[in-house]
Structure formats: structure tokens, C-alpha cells
Ligand binder design. Structure first.
Ligand code: ASP
Ligand code: MG
Length: 407
């Protein structure tokens, strides 16, 4: 079997952990597998490098930041090869340039375009364990780029896709994907399986286990992903297209606190107003999430929408500048909101999920400000300080702590 194994920063944070992971890699190699390893920077290295740059210049260029941050992963792969050497395993570390991992040119959020396989394959044929830097790539100027925070997952999935690996294992400090964040919900349960679509919804909802793009790629190239702990041999969660287990009505509840709500009040109730507003925001690359428009009354209407918190100020400035053209009477906002969502592939064919979720919130005396739905997700916007409460209430209502997970 050809296996791609990715270890996150916490799994290789110090010498002891590097050696433990090396043993684990060696074990898989001894079982007769071809092993490709993708690593993140050790522990908080990436944050520390960012802080170092900030001490010198608060607005460093993205190119130089990528040059700097990529060193974290390069340290990890060399240290892992050194550890495997000590344990007597043949291995070689490679960075993105040596492999030929080509990306788009946008520094700090590049996207992988193609990955050369000849070097990696040659090393596998020499029976080497191949250890590759996550997170980084090379653009058409031969410069180093990075894939955005958490991007090593994406490197691993992309490598698994081009190498046609039999599986891609993502090792982290949690045992898998849970029905809710176990730090918030005490009886949250580990899922044995989850579909790509559910995982995509959860990843973007702030269940920060996997880099969103890695799940997109896994879905596109049918890479079966396993998320599991680097600290034990528990089975973890499999992310795949169709789950064998009984389609679960709900597979998870998640909260996203990185949202702010903006309302434009008293907009003329005539065609083109929503287009004017959202066209303007789109032109400035401001991403909108939930949108709510009221029914017109006395010739005016209100439009409410949410944006990521770090876009709030820019959005408000833009609206203020365009107040007249947008025929806005008043602009109000609230940053103390959270988006709470339930996700489940089974809800497509089962009515009543929304009602049950709203009942849970009603029982917990939580007011819903906005609602949005998709085929497999229902989201509500509520007060930020009620988010934990809401997750617990919903988790209880759907009895997610008691679900039977069957393989
Ligand atoms: N080291 C990078 C980060 O901290 C990439 C990763 O860990 O996946 O974001
Ligand atoms: Mg990560």
C-alpha cells in the first residue's frame, strides 16, 4: 500500500514527539508500505515566526513572509529524517522546490496547480520513506509561496491524489471528527465516518480540524481521508463520499464566532437595490454569508447580512461612502453574534430537522436573529455569548451523545 501520512505541528512539537512519530512511521514501513510523510512546522513555530517579523516590520511583504514561514516546515522534515536515521530507517526529506509543487503566484494564499511525481516516485523505488514539507509551494517566478494557515492538510491530500495513494491519514491531537467540539459539549461523540459534503460544511463552520481546501480536493479526487490521533492507535474518523453507516440525520453541531451582522435600513423598495448593495460588496471582494431582506413596507425595506469580523470595518466604511447611492437611511451592526449550525446528510430526506433545532433554542430561551438553510445544513444567527449554550441544547435535543455508530 502507498500511504500518505500527515502530522500536524502539535504531533511533532518537540524531540520526544518527533521520535515517537518516527517510530510510528517506521512501523508502517515495516509492514511493507510505501510511506510518504507530510509535516507541519513544530508546535507554535509558525506563530513565532510571524511574531518575529512583526517585531521588525508591522507590514512585511507577503513574499518575504512566505520565505520566512516556509522555514518552519523545512525544519520539521529534516528533523524527522534525522530521527528516522537514528532508528535505522532509510529516509529522505524534500521541500516543495525539490518535489516540484507548483502553485499560483499569490503569496500567503497560493493554490496548488500541479505536483511533479518523478522525484518522489524515484525515492519510493529506492525504498526511502519520503518526508515532504507541508504548506509550501513554488510559483512561476520560482519563489516560495504558502497555502494559507493550516495548509499542510491540503499538501497531503494533493500528494495522495497525484501519487494515487491508497489512503491519506491526517494525524492530529484529537481522535477524529466529533458531533460537537468536545471542549464545549461533554458527551460529544467521535464519528466513525462522515461525508465530504458534511465535512466541508463543518470545516467552514469553525470545526477547525481540516483545512477546507483539503476536503474540497479529497472530494474532487476521491481521496479517502482518515483523521486520527498521533498519540494512540484509536481508529479515527473516515471522510469519504458515501457513508456505509445508516445515514445519520445530523452528524454535527458547530458554532462560528467569527461573524458580524450588518443591517441597512430604509432602502427604497424597488428593483435593483439588492444588486446595488451586493454588487458593491462583491467588487470589493467582501464575502457575504447569511442574507435576510424584509418585506417592503411604506416604500422601504431593510437588508441584513453577515460578514467575517475582520471585514466589518471595511464594509461599514464602504456602506457609509455609498449611502446615498444605495438609498440607505440607517446602518446598524453587531459584532457580538455567532452562527450555530447543524449539519447532516440525512436531513435531505427527513422533514422536521429545522423545527427540532428551533425548539431546542426556544427551550434554552435563545432568540434567533437570522436563519439560513442548505440541503444538508441549517444555520441560525444568535447572541455570541449564548453560542455554547445553544450547541449543548441542540446536541441534547438530537441526542447526539447517544448515537449508535455502525461500520
Ligand atoms: N504551519 C502552518 C500553520 O501553522 C501550516 C500548517 O500547520 O498546516 O498554519
Ligand atoms: Mg491543522
Amino acid at each position: 500500500m502507498l500511504i500518505v501520512k500527515k502530522f500536524g505541528g502539535s504531533s511533532v512539537a518537540n524531540a520526544e514527539k518527533v521520535l515517537n512519530v518516527a517510530k510510528r512511521i517506521g512501523k508502517s514501513y515495516d509492514e511493507g508500505n510505501d510511506v510518504v510523510v507530510v509535516l507541519s512546522a513544530q508546535g507554535d513555530t509558525t506563530d513565532e515566526l510571524i511574531a518575529k517579523a512583526q517585531e521588525i516590520n508591522s507590514k512585511p511583504s507577503r513574499r518575504e513572509m512566505d520565505m520566512l514561514l516556509s522555514t518552519g516546515e523545512q525544519q520539521s522534515v529534516a528533523l524527522m529524517a534525522i530521527a528516522l536515521e537514528k532508528l535505522g530507517y532509510p529516509s529522505i526529506s524534500l521541500n516543495a522546490y525539490q518535489v516540484g509543487m507548483n502553485t499560483t503566484s499569490t503569496y500567503s494564499k497560493a493554490r496548488l496547480k500541479n505536483i511533479q511525481t518523478d522525484r518522489v516516485q524515484a525515492e519510493l523505488e529506492r525504498k526511502n520513506i519520503v518526508i515532504i514539507t507541508g504548506f509550501q509551494g513554488i510559483n512561476r517566478f520560482d519563489d516560495i509561496t504558502t497555502l494559507g494557515r493550516g495548509g499542510s492538510d491540503t499538501t497531503a491530500v494533493a500528494l495522495a491524489a497525484v501519487l494515487k495513494a491508497d489512503r491519506c491519514e491526517i494525524y492530529t491531537d484529537v481522535e477524529g471528527i466529533y458531533t460537537a467540539d468536545p471542549r464545549i459539549v461533554k458527551d460529544a461523540k467521535k464519528l466513525s465516518e462522515i461525508t465530504y459534503d458534511e465535512m466541508l460544511e463543518l470545516a467552514s463552520l469553525g470545526a477547525r480540524v481540516l483545512h477546507n481546501r483539503s476536503v474540497e480536493l479529497a472530494k474532487k479526487y476521491h481521496v479517502e481521508l482518515v483523521v486520527r490521533s498521533s498519540l494512540n492507535y484509536e481508529e479515527g474518523t473516515v471522510v469519504r463520499e458515501v457513508c456505509n453507516m445508516e445515514k445519520m440525520l445530523i452528524s454535527g453541531v458547530a458554532a462560528d464566532k467569527d461573524v458580524a451582522r450588518i443591517s441597512v435600513i430604509g432602502v427604497h423598495d424597488e428593483p435593483g437595490k439588492a444588486f446595488n448593495l451586493f454588487g458593491l460588496l462583491a467588487k470589493h471582494k467582501i464575502n457575504i454569508d447569511i442574507i435576510l431582506q424584509s418585506v417592503g413596507r411604506d416604500g422601504t425595506k431593510d437588508i441584513t447580512f453577515t460578514v467575517a469580523k475582520d471585514m466589518l470595518e471595511e464594509t461599514l466604511d464602504l456602506l457609509e461612502e455609498n449611502r446615498e447611492r444605495l438609498t440607505v437611511k440607517d446602518i446598524v451592526h453587531d459584532e457580538n453574534v455567532a452562527k450555530v449550525s447543524v449539519v447532516g446528510a440525512g436531513m435531505v430526506s427527513n422533514p422536521g430537522v429545522a423545527a427540532k433545532m428551533f425548539e431546542a433554542l426556544y427551550d434554552a430561551h435563545i432568540n434567533i436573529q437570522m436563519i439560513s438553510t442548505s440541503e444538508i445544513k441549517i444555520s441560525v444567527l444568535i447572541d455570541e455569548d449564548k453560542a455554547e449554550n445553544a450547541i449543548n441544547a441542540i446536541h441534547d435535543k438530537f441526542q447526539l451523545g447517544n448515537i449508535k455508530l455502525k461500520r
